[in-house]
Design a protein around this ligand. Structure first.
Ligand SMILES: NC(=O)c1ccc[n+]([C@@H]2O[C@H](COP(=O)([O-])OP(=O)(O)OC[C@H]3O[C@@H](n4cnc5c(N)ncnc54)[C@H](O)[C@@H]3O)[C@@H](O)[C@H]2O)c1
Length: 443
């Protein structure tokens, strides 16, 4: 088994570190955020992610998982050093690589014997090679290391399952020695016959961007079809079902709605556009996917205005804040943009989310009312807007909601509810791509 240093204990670093420890490796998770390390050391988990606490507790108790701010000790003790720090977007859409290069410079000084340095953060093509140059420049004379690109594909909300049972592992590598080390790190996945794609550093980096750009395009594609459905008496549920049964297309990521958000798809799309343009190519499909996605927020807002009229002084309840269910992550969450539009229009805003409200309260400074549950959110509201399809928002007591509201307007940005059922209940209901009811009877 391997000794591993994981630099960065965010959504990716913490999950990866805990799961690699679960594989039997010994892992030191390092972060510059002292508060975060203190929380982890005292048994707390700084992010919301199902099952993560169990894995962390199991592996810290077994003496395989440690949390520290001491990068030097962690690097010296380890054979494999993962870089899993953030790569947020810059205003021009490119990736901010400062954390990656800072971490590379810092770790370089502690290289004592052969190490494999693994780039796990999502980085533009060519960055892993640049990181090698930075390390070489700052490492002691004769330092011996190999670089690997090993992008991560976990999804927040199902991150543990995704890491322990991935569809594939991508290893961009140039030396056989480093390849052997990586195969040892991921040995339990080999035993599960997980496909491992060994490739060049550049292809590994691009696989990550291409995958996310493809998923984003699929979402924007079905959203565009939903808009066409509204114009031609078709129902998107029927259309998506009919399309998804084609094995070449598949049913996943064919859910129409307010569009994608989160810490990955939006920034990875803009980064890929930037990467292509720097090389002199205008990536038209990817650019269009990005533009369609931005337009979904306006479509949702227009649907609300069409039902409510002027928003000034009206009370609007927002159900769901996080960018997707089962996470507290608000990065690029569509709800944030909707909140801002509502506040700009001088609406009174009430919000509810099962886990992301503390995050909004502590980090946004937005003037909204925080509610204990969906029903408190509905009280005296002129409209409810469902933005995140948490399970507990899928089966609301519609009769109770309607009784509490001033006006029975329900904008369903994730197509969770059946249109005819909502209309039967007396709601003025709007969703995406469902100008007419589906042919199938309501279940
Ligand atoms: N979040 C996801 O679902 C996801 C999925 C796949 C890939 N990724 C990619 O993984 C990378 C990390 O994403 P994340 O969501 O975990 O980020 P994050 O912001 O949640 O965590 C990054 C962590 O790195 C720490 N850090 C920054 N500089 C450091 C340094 N020099 N030394 C030690 N720690 C440092 C920060 O304090 C923070 O705790 C990004 O490139 C992202 O695109 C994210």
């Amino acid at each position: 088994m391997s000794k591993i240093c994981m630099i960065g204990t965010g959504y990716v670093g913490l999950v990866s570190g805990a799961c690699l420890a679960d594989f039997g490796n010994t892992v030191w998770c390092v972060d510059i955020d002292e508060g975060r390390i203190k929380t982890l050391r005292s048994g707390g988990i700084p992010i919301y992610e199902p099952i993560l606490k169990d894995i962390v507790t199991r592996n810290t108790s077994a003496g395989r998982l440690f949390f520290t701010t001491d990068l030097g000790d962690a690097v010296k003790n380890s054979e494999v050093i993962f870089i899993a720090v953030g790569t947020p977007p810059l205003p021009d859409g490119s990736s901010d690589l400062s954390h990656v290069f800072d971490a590379s410079r810092e770790l370089a000084g502690f290289l004592n014997d052969y190490k494999v340095v693994v780039q796990k953060s999502t980085v533009p093509v060519g960055t892993t090679r640049q990181v090698a140059d930075v390390i070489r420049k700052h490492a002691p004379e004769g330092a011996d290391f190999d670089m690997v690109s090993n992008p991560e594909f976990l999804r927040e909300g199902s991150a543990i399952e995704d890491f322990l049972r991935p569809n594939r592992v991508i290893i961009g590598v140039e030396s056989e020695r480093a390849e052997e080390v990586m195969k040892r790190v991921y040995r339990p996945l080999y035993l599960l016959e997980t496909p491992v794609v060994v490739t060049t550093l550049e292809a590994a980096e691009l696989i990550k961007y291409a995958s996310n750009a493809y998923l984003a395009t699929k979402i924007s594609f079905i959203n565009e079809i939903a808009t066409i459905c509204e114009l031609c008496q078709a129902n998107i549920d029927d259309v998506a079902k009919g399309m998804g049964l084609d094995g070449r297309i598949g049913s996943k990521f064919l859910h129409a709605g307010i569009g994608y958000g989160g810490s990955c798809l939006p920034k990875d799309i803009t980064a890929l556009i930037h990467i292509a343009r720097e090389k002199g190519y205008d990536p038209r499909i990817i650019r269009a996917a990005h533009e369609v996605n931005a337009g979904q927020i306006e479509i949702a807002f227009d649907k609300l205005k069409a039902e409510v009229g002027s928003l000034e002084g009206r009370t609007i309840g927002i159900l769901g804040l996080s960018f997707k269910p089962n996470t507290d992550d608000l990065r690029e969450a569509p709800a944030l943009k909707v909140l801002q539009l509502l506040l700009d229009a001088k609406a009174q805003v009430k919000v509810f989310d099962p886990v992301a409200m503390d995050n909004l309260r502590e980090n946004s400074g937005l003037n909204v009312e925080y509610c204990k549950n969906p029903y408190e959110t509905a009280e005296n509201a002129h409209a409810l807007v469902l933005i995140t399809e948490w399970n507990e928002l899928r089966e609301l007591d519609l009769e109770r909601l309607k009784r509490l509201m001033l006006e029975p307007v329900f904008i369903d940005c994730r197509n969770v509810y059946k249109k005819d059922r909502m209309v039967q209940q007396g709601f003025r209901y709007n969703s995406f791509g469902r100008g007419v009811d589906p042919k199938e009877p309501v279940k």
